[in-house]
Design a protein around this ligand. Structure first.
Ligand SMILES: *Cc1c(COP(=O)(O)O)cnc(C)c1O
Length: 373
């Protein structure tokens, strides 16, 4: 049987090759490599897609988070509340701004930050909450925004996995003060290299971030503060612009594939399928199941059988060596720690066929029946 990868970017290119090739040729012919219409057109289109007033293209998602922190004046002496169950790029910008990341455990039903635990983590130094819309499902933003309003905190959404996801009809960037996106190639909307964006309804914040990402520039050689070299480039913007009209359809396909998995795995002993919150449009960047028994053995056996399953993420951030200065101890965030040991991400990408899906299910059911306890 054919191998089924976790994601298949070649299949996507094959489906839209003429549009991508035309976009690349256009940028090269125009030499619009930095700035220009490709970037501003994509920014306008992506703002419209997220239904926010502004989108600012950034070199990558990590820098997008950093620039928002910087633009909001968050730094030394401040604390930012976030989740330990995410990619390390969520916390690197917090630490690099000089602020302290403060973790709050997750809700095991969704793997997103548990809002019921946030207030206990707030101190006089807390400046912001940074929820992550993990796997493509928005965090419980109603509850988070209510806490933020009560305590006068900023909310910075890490939406790197949640392009087009909705909660109560609102997309990321319309909930918090700003949402940060990654267009890393494997994300639901992926560039052919590094790329990112900030979406916000705050015009002044967008304008400040647009200035900071481009050397604090007001005009070509007029800089009113020191900024950064963190621009989205023209080639990536053109590729993203060519792909964006497909994103809604791709997200729908991901949801359909997720529904197939969830239905096919219902009632399978030792496998727990993901939960979607009420009135939530999950975009399934990751389809994450929880297994009983020896997860690593189950994963290795799946990989052995040609199923490109993975783990997002195997080590909670408070237990990462790089975070040792922040005092995280084993047992501090039991839900995140338990999840990290029992989750498996199944292959999911829009171009999957029913044959692919049924093959993944067949192998998982078989492996689990032997190895789950
Ligand atoms: C991908 C990702 C990022 C970082 O994005 P880059 O574009 O790779 O810098 C940040 N947070 C989360 C949750 C991500 O998945």
């Amino acid at each position: 049987m054919a191998k089924i990868p976790l994601v298949d970017l070649k299949a996507q290119y094959a489906a839209i090759k003429p549009e991508i090739d035309a976009a690349l040729a256009r940028v090269i012919a125009n030499t619009s490599f930095i700035g220009g219409a490709e970037v501003t057109n994509f920014e306008a289109a992506f703002a419209q897609f997220q239904r926010t007033k502004r989108a600012v293209g950034i070199a990558n998602g990590t820098s997008a988070l950093y620039l928002v922190l910087r633009a909001l004046g968050i730094g030394a002496g401040d604390e930012v509340i976030t989740t330990p169950h995410t990619f390390i790029a969520t916390v690197e910008p917090i630490a690099q701004s000089g602020a302290t990341p403060v973790f709050v455990d997750i809700d095991p039903a969704t793997y997103n930050i548990n809002p019921a635990l946030i207030e206990a983590a707030i101190t006089p130094r807390t400046k912001a909450i940074m929820p992550v819309h993990l796997y493509g499902q928005l965090a419980p933003m109603n509850a988070i925004m209510e806490i933020a309003r009560k305590h006068n905190l900023y909310v910075i959404e890490d939406a790197a996995q949640a392009h087009g996801a909705e909660l109560h009809g609102l997309r990321a960037g319309a909930w918090g003060h700003a949402a940060c996106f990654s267009f890393y190639p494997g994300k639901n909307l992926g560039a052919y290299g590094d790329a990112g964006a900030v979406c916000t309804n705050d015009e002044a914040l967008a304008t400040l971030i647009a200035k900071l990402k481009d050397h604090g520039r007001m005009s070509k050689y007029e800089h009113d503060e020191l900024g950064y070299g963190e621009r989205l480039d023209g080639l990536q913007a053109a590729i993203l612009g060519a792909k964006l009209p497909h994103l809604e359809g791709w997200n729908t396909a991901r949801r359909q594939h997720a529904a197939y998995y969830t239905q096919a795995l219902a009632g399978v002993a030792g496998v727990q399928t993901p939960q979607v919150m009420a009135d939530s449009q999950h975009v399934f960047h990751i389809y994450c199941v929880r297994v009983q028994g020896d997860r690593d053995a189950i994963l290795a056996e799946l990989n052995q059988r040609g199923i490109g399953a993975g783990v997002h993420y195997p080590v909670p951030l408070h237990l990462q060596p790089a975070m040792r200065g922040y005092g995280g101890q084993p047992g501090a965030f039991p839900q995140a720690e338990a999840a990290a040991q029992s989750i498996i991400s199944l292959p999911i990408y829009p171009e999957m066929t029913t044959d692919h899906l049924s093959q993944v299910v067949e192998e998982l059911v078989d492996v689990v029946s032997v190895l789950a306890k």
